[in-house]
Each structure stands twice: as structure tokens, then as C-alpha cells.
Design a protein around this ligand. Structure first.
Ligand SMILES: C[S@@+](CC[C@H](N)C(=O)[O-])C[C@H]1O[C@@H](n2cnc3c(N)ncnc32)[C@H](O)[C@@H]1O
Length: 106
């Protein structure tokens, strides 16, 4: 990936952070059938609830959308994200679900 493309991708996530999770409820201009994403989220959430243990490292964690589903399986979670805005959304989620004690941000 060339530097310009990489920079564009990084900026994309930073600019979309506040609306990023809408994709998971089937919203957004690029989503043709909203039911598909909702169905996927239901199934993936079930799978993830059995995923992870010990110290988990979530690379490119984004807003931490999946975090509440795997967090109870882990003793410690390191959340790595290049976008400050995505990481801000993730921090909010960590607070909301009372996970501050086990989460570390990079
Ligand atoms: C497709 S999104 C997925 C976000 C989240 N894992 C989810 O499933 O909702 C990819 C994420 O990886 C992050 N990312 C991409 N390259 C990265 C890098 N080199 N270091 C840290 N984060 C990165 C982006 O900023 C973006 O938030």
C-alpha cells in the first residue's frame, strides 16, 4: 500500500468514527440490505462471546464494538487503534460497560 493510500485510509476512520457503528445496525449509504448486517451482528456476537481468554490484544479495535461480547472472558485487554477519534469512541464504550479496570489503550 502506498503512503498516500495508507494516509487516506487512516483519515477515513478518523473522520467516520462517530458514525462508524451505524454499519452494525444496517445504516449507511453503502448498505444495500439492512437485515444482513443485523443478522451478522447477532451471529458474530454469539461466536465472540465464546472467544478470548487471558490477556487479549485487539489490534485495530475501532470503536470497540465487539468488546462487550468478549470482555468477560479476558483478564486484561489491550486495545490498539491508530485513530484518536475511534479510540475516543472506544473509551466511551469501556466506561459504559464498566471495563476500565481491565482495559489498556495504545
Ligand atoms: C475495518 S475497521 C474495524 C474496527 C473494529 N475492529 C470492528 O470490527 O468494528 C479497522 C480498524 O483498524 C484500524 N487500523 C488500521 N490500521 C491500523 C494500524 N496500523 N494500527 C492501528 N490501528 C489500525 C483503523 O483505524 C480502523 O479503526
Amino acid at each position: 500500500m502506498d503512503d498516500k493510500l495508507k494516509q487516506e485510509m487512516m483519515s477515513y476512520y478518523d473522520e467516520r468514527a462517530q458514525e462508524y457503528d451505524e454499519i452494525y445496525i444496517g445504516k449507511g449509504p453503502a448498505i444495500p440490505g439492512s437485515a444482513a448486517y443485523k443478522n451478522d451482528v447477532t451471529k458474530i456476537s454469539e461466536m465472540i462471546s465464546a472467544f478470548g481468554r487471558g490477556h487479549l490484544i485487539d489490534i485495530g479495535c475501532g470503536t470497540g464494538f465487539w468488546l462487550p461480547h468478549y470482555a468477560r472472558n479476558c483478564s486484561r485487554i489491550t486495545l490498539i487503534e491508530q485513530s484518536e477519534n475511534m479510540l475516543s469512541e472506544c473509551r466511551r464504550r469501556v466506561d459504559k460497560f464498566g471495563l476500565k479496570g481491565k482495559c489498556h489503550f495504545l
